[in-house]
Design a protein around this ligand. Structure first.
Ligand SMILES: [Zn+2]
Length: 398
């Protein structure tokens, strides 16, 4: 349970510091007077806080701005190079990692594959690889934290992957990684991390309320409410893949029947394509062995009508699930991403067809629908965002 700190002078000082640093960090090039205007804090309070932040090298002065009569104001900038963050994504048989500055600029990247045997001691393998990676790219900046994105159900408080069928991981304890490097370790599931990346430097920056949806091996969602990721009780909010869209139908690995993931993920494409081939549908997909999601997209791009219809159907199914979220949360935007997109217009066409009708359609404020522009790096950037939001969080709890 979170225990509140007492409302004494120290807490107020920490709160003000947090407000000031967030403003400088997220807005950039602001003067002390600008900060006073936006926050309503007294100029002397701000001057003291800024002095401290400059001493700590978290904020620097970067020249002067336009004057509206009187002295030109000194502009302040957050020092994004104060330290480096390790961002990591654990995937099936592969781990990707990066070093980034505190503003989400990726400086170096590394990835390695691991075998089924190595999966048993994955944390040991990760520590070894990360140690080498940091050593090779050491530039004097200190590592201030490690953020990790993984598929599956995550226990954030205990840095544990409770259950991930994609990784075949059961109670995977990642704490040793943070302990080894003696820095804060933050983990979260990949859909939450996706939404954080979009909020930090992607399409989600401009929205107060949006939903990030990822499609690939699974289907997931990260819900941002009032500029903040909504995690639910233990980080499980947004399990879009396991809402029921087809009562009494196929059994999902989670134990339920008719989950969205069975109709909208990569395995759906493969399952349906194999079924079509088995019953003798004259589709180009038949020429691919084995059948993969990529082969369905390739066949569709070569003009195969059955592959095109299958991708459109996947899009329609995905949109059905997304519409449920739209009606529950009334977001300004939905941002779509994940390896399952594969730049194929057929899936998007199917989605648009289904999304053309919903209860809010007559409201003048139209729902925005966007695809992520952060590419494959989105997971690493989001993993770094986990650390940044930990470092600069509002300090109201003990
Ligand atoms: Zn399920």
């Amino acid at each position: 349970m979170n225990v509140f700190r007492k409302g004494n002078k120290e807490l107020i000082k920490d709160l003000n510091r947090s407000i000031v640093i967030d403003l400088v960090r997220l807005q950039g090039n602001v003067s002390r007077t600008d900060i006073a205007k936006v926050t309503g804090l007294g100029l002397s309070t701000i001057t003291n806080i800024i002095e401290e932040l400059i001493k700590e090298n978290l904020v620097t002065e970067v020249g002067t701005g336009d004057s509206h009569g009187g002295r030109k104001p000194v502009l302040l900038k957050f020092n994004g190079d104060y330290g480096v963050i390790v961002g990591m994504k654990i995937e099936k048989q592969e781990v990707k990692m990066c070093l980034s500055n505190l503003e989400g600029n990726i400086l170096h990247k590394h990835q390695f594959s691991y075998t089924t045997k190595e999966a048993m001691q994955l944390t040991t393998v990760i520590i070894e690889q990360l140690e080498g990676f940091i050593k090779r790219n050491e530039s004097g900046s200190k590592v201030v934290g490690i953020g990790i994105a993984t598929p599956g159900l995550v226990d954030q408080e205990n840095n544990e992957v409770v259950y991930s069928p994609i990784l075949k991981m059961d109670h995977g304890d990642l704490k040793p990684i943070g302990r080894h490097f003696d820095v804060p370790l933050m983990i979260d599931n990949d859909a939450n991390v996706f939404a954080l990346a979009e909020k930090w430097i992607g399409a989600g920056r401009e929205y107060r309320n949006f939903i990030g949806v990822t499609v690939g091996a699974g289907v997931g969602a990260g819900i941002v409410i009032d500029h903040t990721l909504f995690r639910g009780d233990f980080g499980g909010a947004g399990e879009l893949g396991h809402i029921t869209i087809n009562q009494g139908d196929r059994l999902c690995y989670c134990g339920q029947r008719g989950c969205l993931e069975l109709y909208a993920s990569d395995p759906y494409l493969v399952h349906e394509a194999e079924r079509m081939v088995a019953i003798g549908v004259p589709t180009l997909i038949d020429s691919f062995h084995p059948i993969t999601p990529e082969s369905v997209v390739m066949a569709a791009q070569k003009g195969d009508q059955y592959a095109q219809e299958l991708l459109e159907k996947q899009g329609e199914n995905l949109a059905l699930g997304i519409k449920n979220m739209i009606h529950l949360f009334n977001p300004e935007a939905v941002i779509l991403g994940g390896e399952g997109l594969r730049e194929n217009d057929f899936l998007l066409k199917g989605m648009q067809k289904e999304l053309a009708v919903h209860f809010f359609i007559r409201h003048p404020r139209k729902l925005q629908f966007k695809t992520s522009q952060l590419g494959e790096d989105v997971w690493l950037i989001g993993a770094c965002a986990l650390v940044v939001s930990h470092l600069f969080k509002v300090p109201i709890y003990k």
